[in-house]
Design a protein around this ligand. Structure first.
Ligand code: BG6
Length: 478
């Protein structure tokens, strides 16, 4: 066995969440509506029509939640700010009540020795900006996004030292503009690449503004699923390389280097779907001040692919986001790659591959391609949990999942990768965007289901006590 280095002394052991998935209070204190407030009301879009109107009521119970975090010994807590609480219409005048809510939360965390890690954008775009100029499809969003980020830096920058700009740009853009499974429910690759390019510009502009005016660290959170070839056939290896470029380097190269991979640019031009890149765009993206200080990594699983000959090419299909186990569809890009089954891996209740070694591979690939420190901003297991009559939850499957992933991080650190923290998904149970409340990720069970909010009582699961021990021993006792 490899001799393992220790976890860094100041390693940020924590958990993560997102505003729409926990806060509720969707119309309180002047909050504006977001595209998610609207999208969930379209029949058939989410499991049993669930929404975040009440969610797990964190807006009113944040103090109780912070006390539970302190009890578990969390060193850090990653949460997102709802743009519509700060600017109900996306721009214009900031809301004092919105600014105060997050200021109080930040103070409460710090009073409990928990470092706040703030995500600026976790998908809940103000509906007003969607209506006004089609949100991410307009360049008007760039100054609005920078102004929103600036307002957060000015109000919280004295206490917040780690910022995440965009959460999973690859996910909200592809689901929103290619698969139509997220708002604004468009299926159009040309519009998808155009909106994505504008999101890159907004991300670069906000990062640059931060570096010019504030101290601290800033970076995106990227949903990275490293790709394997189904076997050693060079055609399948090439397909894996294609998938890695199209699914991941297309985003991470922009963040880290400021330019798109050539092979994709070439392909987009052949297809007539290349985004327009002006000379100013290229200069902004390449600006050294637009570089992230870390790569945020959301890791859930790996992907496995095979060659996808043009003639019988499988096109892009929605991922199995709401589906039951065993309903996964083939997907890919004709001529480049298509999905394959990995016979070596088991899957979760929602058919996601379980692959802790893939996390070590993800960390090493990011390290060797980008030479950036990595902040693991999400990782966790979505599963059905059972609340016992004693109010206990015996989630040994979650403990097993997390233990194997912590081991993988430990090994990657020992390989030389600089990992600064690990915020698991999630602290309390919360709303899964498309899968309702039955798909649970938390260390803390929240007693509600799709139809019935019940008392929304919080009960620590077995995994809560396990994580407490992991943190107390800085990752030595798993
Ligand atoms: C990530 C998101 O994609 O995965 C989270 O950043 C999300 O917001 C998490 O909840 C788990 O996804 P799901 O579909 O299981 O809820």
């Amino acid at each position: 066995h490899k001799k393992l280095k220790s976890f860094p002394k100041d390693f940020l052991w924590g958990s993560a969440s997102a505003a729409y998935q926990i806060e509720g209070a969707y119309r309180e204190d002047g909050k504006g509506l977001s595209v998610w407030d609207q999208f969930v009301r379209i029949p058939g879009k989410t499991f049993k029509g669930t929404n975040g109107d009440v969610a797990v009521d964190h807006y009113h119970r944040y103090h109780e939640d912070v006390e539970l975090m302190a009890k578990a010994g969390l060193k850090a807590y990653r949460f997102s700010i709802a743009w519509t609480r700060i600017f109900p219409n996306g721009n214009g005048e900031a809301s004092a009540a919105g600014i105060k809510f997050y200021s109080d939360l930040i103070d409460d965390l710090i009073a409990h020795n928990i470092e706040p890690l703030v995500t600026i954008y976790h998908w809940d775009l103000p509906q007003a900006l969607q209506d006004e100029y089609q949100g991410w499809e307009s360049r008007q969003i760039i100054p609005d996004f920078v102004n929103y980020a600036k307002t957060l830096f000015e109000n919280y920058g004295d206490r917040v030292k780690h910022w995440v700009t965009l959460n999973e740009q690859n996910v909200f853009i592809q689901h929103g503009y290619l698969m139509a499974s997220h708002p604004p429910a468009v299926k159009d690759p040309k519009r998808m690449y155009a909106a994505n390019h504008i999101a890159n510009l907004a991300n670069a502009a906000a990062t640059k503004y931060f570096h010019e005016h504030f101290d601290g660290e800033i970076g995106p959170s990227f949903a990275y699923s490293p790709v394997y070839a189904v076997n050693a056939d060079p055609e399948n290896q090439l397909a894996a390389d294609n998938a890695e470029q199209f699914n991941s380097y297309y985003w991470m190269d922009i963040y880290a280097y400021g330019h798109y991979p050539d092979a994709i640019r070439q392909w987009q031009e052949e297809q007539g779907i290349a985004p327009e890149i002006t000379a100013e765009d290229a200069a902004l993206l390449a600006d050294p001040l637009a570089r992230p200080d870390f790569m945020g990594l959301n890791y859930y699983q790996t992907a496995t692919v095979q060659a996808n000959p043009l003639a019988d090419g499988i096109g892009l299909a929605p991922e199995n986001t709401t589906g039951k186990k065993g309903t996964k569809q083939e997907s890919g890009i004709p001529g480049l790659f298509k999905s394959a089954t990995n016979d070596y891996l088991q899957t979760t209740d929602w058919d996601w591959n379980i692959d802790p070694v893939g996390l070590r591979i993800a960390l090493r690939r990011i390290n060797s391609r980008y030479h950036l420190p990595v902040l693991i901003t999400e990782n966790g297991l979505g599963a059905f949990d059972t609340l016992e009559s004693s109010h206990e939850i015996h989630d040994d499957y979650r403990i097993h999942f997390l233990r194997e992933h912590v081991k993988a991080i430990h090994e990657a650190i020992s390989d030389g990768v600089q990992v600064v923290g690990y915020t698991t998904w999630s602290f309390t149970d919360l709303l899964s965007w498309l899968n309702g409340y039955q798909k649970r990720y938390g260390f803390v069970y929240v007693d509600r289901d799709e139809q019935d909010e019940r008392e929304l009582a919080r009960y620590p699961k077995d995994s809560f006590y396990w994580y407490e021990q992991v943190i107390a021993t800085n990752g030595e006792d798993l």
